[in-house]
Each structure stands twice: as C-alpha cells, then as structure tokens.
Design a protein around this ligand. Structure first.
Ligand SMILES: Cc1cc2nc3c(=O)[nH]c(=O)nc-3n(C[C@H](O)[C@H](O)[C@H](O)COP(=O)(O)OP(=O)(O)OC[C@H]3O[C@@H](n4cnc5c(N)ncnc54)[C@H](O)[C@@H]3O)c2cc1C
Length: 433
C-alpha cells in the first residue's frame, strides 16, 4: 500500500523531496521557513539518509522477527545501524554524524519504528537522549571524546534519570557523586534504563553527596560503564519490546573522569528536561511508525481474509476499525510535524527560552496524542485480525504490547496532561508540586 492522503510527510512511501517543503500549519510558517533556510543538510544527503534508513529497515525485519519470537535482545539493531551509518543521524557532520535536521531525523524514526518499538527505542536511547545532551551541553573536549565514537559504533549511549523511588519526579532521586582528586565518585541505582546494560557511557543524573537544602541540586554526569564498580542487569519481565535492552544498574563508588560533568554543576534538571523534549519527539515519531505499519498490515489482511462469502474489508464494521486507524495516523502525523518543526526552530536558536518552551509544549502534545492514538490503532488492528490478532506471530499484537510503554516512558500521560494544564492556566497552577 503506497498511498496516503495529505502530504504524508512521514510516510515511508512518500518521503518528501527537498523541493516539497509545504508546511501544513500556517501558524508556524515563518519558523518553518527559517528552519529551511538555516539547514546545512543538503537534498542529496537527505535522500541518501532516507535510502539508508529504508535499506536498514528491510534488512532488520527478518532478523527482528526471529529475535522477537525467541524473546531475546537483538544486537543486529545497532550492528546494522552501524552498517547503514545510522548511529549519528542527527549529529553534526563534524562529529561523525549525518547532520540531519529535526524533521528528517523524526521521519527516519517513523520509518524505523515500523520495524518495532524496540528497534526505535535503541535509537531514542542512543541518539535522542544519549548524544543529544552531549551535543547541547558538552564542552568541545567532551563532544570530541564521545560523539565521533558513538557515531562509529564504539560507544553506545543511554540516559539514566529514573530510579526505583524516583520516576515522574526525578528530584526525589538518591544517586550521588563526590569529588576525589581528579575523579567523580558515583553511587546509587538507576532503573528502567533503555540500552542500560549495553551502553558504554550513560548520562547519569545525581546529587552532591551529603548535600541538603539549596545545595542539593541535580547534576548531569557522563558515566563510563566499564569496571566492576558499575553492575548492570537486563530486566526481562516485560510484556513486549523483547529485542531492546531495558536495564538497571548500580554504581558502587564508581570512579568517573572528573572532566565528565555535563553542563554546569547543578544544571542537571534543566538538561534532563531539555533532553526529554528530544526524547518525547522520538517516542511520538515511533508511535506514528507503529500506526503506519498497522495500517499496512490491516489493509492487506482486509483484502486477503474472507468471511461470510466476501473479503472482511467489505464488512462495514471492519471498515469502521480501518477508518479509525487512518484518523489516528493522520492526526498523529499532523501534530508530530508541528512539533518537529518547533524543535528544529528551537535547536537553531539555542538560548531562546520562548522557542524552547513552545517546542516543549508541542512535543508533549504530540507524544501524548500519538502514543494514545497508536494504542487505539493497535487494539483495532488486533480486532481486525480476529483470533490471529491475539498472537505474537502477527505484527498487530506485537505492536499492541510494545507500544503501551509509550504512554509511560519519557513522561507519563498524566505528566503530559499536567504540562498542558499549567500551560493553559499559568505557572501558578502548576500541579507537579
Ligand atoms: C521500557 C522502559 C524504558 C525506559 N527507559 C528509560 C530511560 O532510558 N531512561 C530513564 O531515565 N527512564 C526510563 N524509563 C523510565 C520511565 O521514564 C518511567 O517509568 C516514567 O517516567 C514513570 O516513572 P515511574 O515508573 O517511576 O512511575 P511513577 O512516577 O511512580 O508514577 C506512577 C503513576 O503515578 C502517576 N503520577 C506520578 N506523579 C503524578 C502527579 N504529580 N500527578 C498525577 N499523576 C502522577 C504517573 O503518571 C503514573 O500513572 C523507562 C521505562 C520503561 C518501562
């Protein structure tokens, strides 16, 4: 199935050529124009990236299918990412990346997630929330030390904010650091970390040891994971996403290079929140990929499967499911495009709080909408597949169980709604506290 109504900006079949720069939302036209003008990513580079992503997706599919059915981690996700040069899609070329703009990178994640939420989650962990904060807050020396290696597949990255007793409110975290000579000594546990047991370095958020009151400010630290003072464990009890790595790790007086404080000391909360804008957009994009794949599967099945003497697609109640999935796709597509443009504009204007605030809000909306839309779409797709739908042998059920986590990680539905409430009512009404 190759046709999509509308611009289909994110469809694998209708990736826009560089000449097709129509922006659907007039309210963001000026910003979008600015974003296009500032882009250093050429049309040829964009086309090559799209082709590489497509080749990656075609190669990973059969490998991923087997790994999923065998319920095991799939190392080919990153290995083929390296082969097709996708480990630094949105990183600047000077650090070994492809230099993709936010829109193009978002489109790539849409396409990649058609192969599974677990596949896309690797890229989110490595690039959207791993490389991104180093690029935005790292010193030149830190960027040189980590980004080229991460693009060459020599340094897988992860983002370690969540702890057993600190999820929605990371300020309740208990991980600590102290300075000893030229080292930072880390202690504590991080929980539910994507790529957490395969990462060579993790952006860890921690507090100064023993600090209280105003001194207790969170910092972001790049933690190399080598050594027996860093214990890691894959978490296996998950209903889906078997092929991606979700892990916990414990740091026991774990020594880190003293140069690895990311950004200013005490700036960790700001870095985490900024990074989550990037991460949430990647989750939203992934959910759109889920819906696109579901639609492909359902359209095909509706024409193949016969009951009551005709294709099931000729039954109106089946069309109701299909129509609803298409609406979920179209609306998700629209809010994600708007969010990706806002993030791109914000990225191109570092330090502009207003643009970052707008991106934060639009990305949160996109993440909330697309993850719920994908959940509904997956449920309807399972219904269309009937008894076969309730089986991991078919793609709809795999998507159903994988995509549920998108309403939880990188900020829950509830936290997203609190953000919308605060944006509508004003700062005095922030219900987080
Ligand atoms: C597969 C997977 C991968 C993950 N990857 C990463 C990762 O790479 N890095 C990382 O740091 N974390 C990661 N996480 C953790 C994830 O971000 C957290 O699970 C999430 O933020 C929620 O935190 P929590 O699980 O502690 O739930 P809690 O914060 O305990 O929330 C429990 C419930 O209470 C609600 N709640 C909490 N506070 C409020 C409030 N103020 N008002 C209303 N409702 C509220 C929540 O919405 C939720 O419904 C991952 C999680 C999973 C499952």
């Amino acid at each position: 199935m190759g046709f999509r109504w509308g611009a289909g900006w994110a469809s694998a079949y209708t990736w826009r050529s560089s000449k097709e720069t129509t922006i659907v939302n007039p309210a963001i036209m000026t910003e979008a124009a600015a974003a296009t003008t500032n882009a250093t990513f050429t049309a040829a580079e964009k086309a090559k990236l799209e082709a590489d992503v497509e080749a990656y997706c075609q190669e990973i599919r059969p490998i991923e299918e087997i790994a999923y059915l065998e319920r095991r981690f799939n190392p080919a996700i990153s290995e083929l990412g390296l082969k097709h040069n996708l480990l630094g899609m949105s990183m600047p070329k000077q650090y070994g990346g492809r230099g993709a703009d936010s829109l193009t990178y978002t489109r790539a994640l849409v396409r990649i997630n058609k192969e599974g939420t677990g596949v896309r989650t690797f890229f989110s962990g490595h690039t959207s929330i791993g490389q991104f904060p180093i690029l935005k807050y790292g010193t030149e020396e830190q960027k040189q030390r980590y980004l080229p290696r991460s693009c060459r597949g020599e340094c897988t990255l992860a983002f370690g904010l969540t702890e057993p007793e600190a999820g929605s409110n990371p300020l309740e975290g208990t991980c600590t650091y102290r300075r000893e000579g030229d080292k930072l000594i880390m202690n504590g546990v991080k929980y539910l970390i994507s790529n957490g047991s395969v990462a060579d370095a993790v952006i860890v958020f921690a507090f100064p040891e023993g600090a209280t009151g105003a001194d207790r400010r969170m910092s972001a630290i790049i933690v190399d994971t080598a050594g027996d003072t860093f214990e890691k464990e894959q978490l296996h009890s998950k209903p889906g996403m078997y092929t991606s790595d979700t892990a916990m790790f414990q740091m026991n007086d774990h020594p880190v290079d003293g140069r690895n404080m990311l950004g200013k000391e005490g700036e960790g909360f700001r870095i985490a929140m900024h990074t989550l804008v990037s991460g949430r957009l990647s989750v939203a994009a992934g959910c759109l990929g889920t819906i696109e794949d579901l639609l492909d599967e359902c359209v095909r099945y509706c024409k193949e499967r016969h009951q009551h003497g005709k294709e099931i697609g000729k039954h109106q109640l089946v069309q109701d499911h299909l129509a609803r999935i298409e609406i979920m796709r179209a609306t998700s597509d629209a809010v994600i495009e708007r969010a990706a443009i806002a993030k791109q504009v914000s990225d191109e204007n570092p330090g502009n709080k207003e643009l970052l605030g707008k991106a934060d809000f639009l990305v949160a909306q996109a993440k909330y909408w697309a993850s719920n839309a994908a959940w509904e779409a997956a449920d309807r797709a399972v219904q269309i597949f009937g008894g076969r739908g309730w089986s991991e042998l078919y793609r709809p059920f795999r998507h159903l169980q994988d995509v549920r986590v998108c309403r939880i990680y990188e900020g829950t539905d509830e936290v997203m709604k609190l953000k919308f409430g605060a944006a509508l009512l004003g700062k005095d009404f922030e219900a987080f506290k």
